[in-house]
Design a binder for this molecule. Structure first.
Ligand code: HEM
Length: 138
C-alpha cells in the first residue's frame, strides 16, 4: 500500500488508531451511512451525488470496508477487492477542486453530526484532505 492509501497512526496519538477512536466497525458504519445520507439529501452536495450510482448501497459497503482498514482496523476491502488503487478507481469520475471540496465538506458535516471526538475528527479531516486532493484528475 502506498503512503496515501493509509492514515497511519503516529506514536503520540491518544488512541491507538482512528478506527478505535471512531468506535470500531459499528462506529465507522454509522459515519459512512451518515455521509451518504447527507450526500443524498443536502442540495449543496448535489454535484457530488450526481457522480454516484442511483442506489448508494454498494458505495456505502465499499467505503465502510475500505475505511475499516485505512483507519487501522480489519482489511475488509483488500480481502474482497485486492489493492485499493483508489486514484485509478476514481479516474472514471471527473474530480476537481469543487468535487474534492464537496466530498470533504460532506465528510466534515458527518463527523460533526456523529459527534466524533474532536481530536479524532481533526486527524481524520487532515488525512481525508490528503487522499481527496490526490484523487483530483481534472
Ligand atoms: C475527492 C472527491 C471524491 C469523489 C468525487 C469521489 C467519488 C466517488 C465515486 C463516484 C465512487 C463510485 C461509487 C460506486 O461505485 O458506488 C467512489 C468510490 C469510492 N471512493 Fe470515492 N470519491 C472521492 C474521494 C474519496 C476519498 C477521500 C476516499 C477515501 C478516503 C474515497 C473512497 C472510495 C472508495 C473506497 C470507493 C469504492 C471504490 C471501488 O471499489 O470501486 N473516495 N468515489
Amino acid at each position: 500500500m502506498g503512503d496515501s492509501d493509509r492514515a497511519a497512526p503516529t506514536a503520540d496519538e491518544p488512541v491507538a488508531t482512528a478506527f478505535e477512536g471512531l468506535g470500531g466497525e459499528d462506529g465507522v458504519r454509522v459515519l459512512v451511512d451518515h455521509f451518504y445520507d447527507l450526500m443524498d439529501l443536502e442540495p449543496r452536495y448535489a454535484g457530488l451525488r450526481a457522480l454516484h450510482p442511483a442506489a448508494l448501497d454498494g458505495s456505502r459497503d465499499k467505503l465502510h470496508w475500505f475505511l475499516c482498514g485505512w483507519l487501522g482496523g480489519p482489511d475488509h476491502y483488500v480481502d474482497r477487492f485486492g489493492h485499493p488503487m483508489l486514484r485509478a478507481r476514481h479516474l472514471p469520475y471527473a474530480i476537481g477542486v469543487a468535487e474534492r471540496d464537496q466530498w470533504l465538506a460532506c465528510m466534515g458535516q458527518a463527523l460533526r453530526e456523529c459527534q466524533v471526538d474532536d481530536g479524532v475528527a481533526q486527524r481524520l479531516i487532515k488525512a481525508f484532505f490528503g487522499t481527496a486532493d490526490w484523487m483530483r484528475n481534472k
